[in-house]
Design a protein around this ligand. Sequence first.
Ligand code: MN
Length: 263
Amino acid sequence: MTASVSNQPGAAVALFISDLHLQPAHPRTTQAFLDFLREQARRVQQLYLLGDLFEYWAGDDDLETPYNREIAEAIRQVSESGVQVFWIAGNRDFLAGEGFAQAAGLTMLPDPSVITVGGRRLAIAHGDAQCTDDLAYMEFRAQVRQPQWQAQFLALPLAQRKAIIAGVRKESQEEQRHKSMEIMDVNPAAVTALFDTTATTTLIHGHTHRPARHHSGDGATARTRYVLPDWEYDVKAQRGGWIAIDADGAIRRFGHDGQELAD
Ligand SMILES: [Mn+2]
């Protein structure tokens, strides 16, 4: 991400990223994230991590793993430099709890949340809760988001939890091959419901790995949905990037090389 050094975010006050799927097997993606924290995040007032920062999170006791500790430390350094860091859990790291929040110096937010940045009121979410066409996933989500299920799972030894998660990841990779592209995207009615219940006209989410800016309606019913990219720097066709909101409320998208997208 050396290209990002020459890129001035201008008057950006907040940055949004998601779906980095950080893991030791992806050293370039990890480095791109650490570079982003140092070169971009420290210049703004707020950093929003909108889910699936980690490929998986087995429980806060996994902070004993040096890799996880290093990532948490890097985020905490940004926080300690005066940047407010916020977290919305993804479907892969929803088991991150208060121990992680403290280690990373961040504040956890519910999904969805309504925030005001640069005078603009908007909704933020991971995005998986709006993928309502995937009935099997919604059922799984409802189960694993129950406090009682989580307490039981977290009571298992760490090694056993990791083995179970590895099994679920393998299973879901195989399932996704048979699911249609539509099923794995957000459902339009679910998105409309989110706009309605939050009384917002702007939404930023991730999860689907389909970076875009979608406009709908016009005039008083105009709504804009921004989708964040996933990050993958350990392949030839690299992916990544972020969304910035400026002090005047302008929303800008940036690509994996740090260059602003024309939209
Ligand atoms: Mn996700």
